[in-house]
Write a protein that binds this ligand. Structure first.
Ligand SMILES: [Zn+2]
Length: 256
């Protein structure tokens, strides 16, 4: 849309540029929704108080459905709602709209310099939040996606990992449903309601168990925050394995 700097990225302007009308008002169950109005479209944005990053993501997600040519529900036609609202669309279409929103709000060429930094911790993530007016979760996921360091954003609730986003050099994957180790900051929050605010050094085994790729005593650094947004409430941990590099595979043995 012609933005050259992060402050020029404005989802409402993007919507208008595409011919979408944007209105504000009461909206049930979502921060933004898009409707078809004749041959045009309208995005209704909730006037509830939410963080600006969340509002921007929601609006751009709806713009994404329009830009990707997804079917839109017609305003005042509840039947169309059951096949073409975000609650009923295919997971694939939802994912595609999310990807478009992420790429539009934090374009890789602009955000990459903020991801190529050390130390890897939430201070680095909050720079992205601030510069791009993005939510903390989106900023952390984008950071992990583009960082060259072995790191990962991990979201957990009630002592259990819900999902993780590894960087391309992070050596392993942590499955959803895995219980947190007691030494982790995230686990401390669920056990005692107290969150250690500084980055914490742990042994890699606390997060990675007995991974075949990482010495269990290698240092892993966790920096964590509670996600206060409605519908979240869990802990986001940013993990980093400083000075870790993948070992070259062992030379095959030759029989002579
Ligand atoms: Zn959607």
């Amino acid at each position: 849309m012609g933005a050259r700097t992060p402050d020029q990225i404005d989802p409402i302007e993007t919507a208008k540029e595409l011919g979408i009308e944007v209105t504000f008002g009461h909206l049930k169950g979502a921060t933004a929704r898009i409707f078809r109005v004749g041959s045009k479209a309208r995005i209704r944005v909730s006037d509830d108080i939410v963080k600006e990053g969340r509002r921007r993501t929601s609006i751009t997600h709806e713009v994404g459905h329009f830009a990707l040519g997804h079917e839109l529900p017609a305003e005042g036609d509840p039947a169309s709602w059951f096949k073409a609202s975000c609650e009923y669309r295919s997971k694939r279409d939802e994912r595609d709209a999310d990807i478009l929103a992420i790429e539009h709000l934090t374009p890789a060429p602009m955000v990459e310099p903020y991801c190529c930094v050390t130390p890897v911790d939430l201070h680095a993530v909050s720079a992205i939040e601030r510069v791009f007016t993005a939510s903390p979760v989106m900023s952390a996921m984008r950071f992990a996606e583009l960082s060259p360091e072995p790191c990962a954003a991990v979201y957990s609730e009630r002592g259990v990992i819900k999902w993780m986003k590894p960087s391309r050099t992070f050596p392993t994957h942590l499955d959803g449903g895995t219980s947190l180790a007691r030494e982790s900051i995230a686990s401390g929050f669920f056990d005692r309601g107290a969150l250690t605010e500084e980055p914490k050094r742990l042994q890699a085994s606390a997060w990675l168990g007995s991974s075949k790729h990482v010495d269990p005593e290698h240092e892993i650094i966790e920096h964590a925050m509670v996600i206060p947004e409605p519908g979240w409430g869990g802990v986001l941990s940013l993990l980093w394995l400083p000075n870790w590099t993948r070992r070259a595979p062992a030379e095959p043995k030759h029989n002579r």
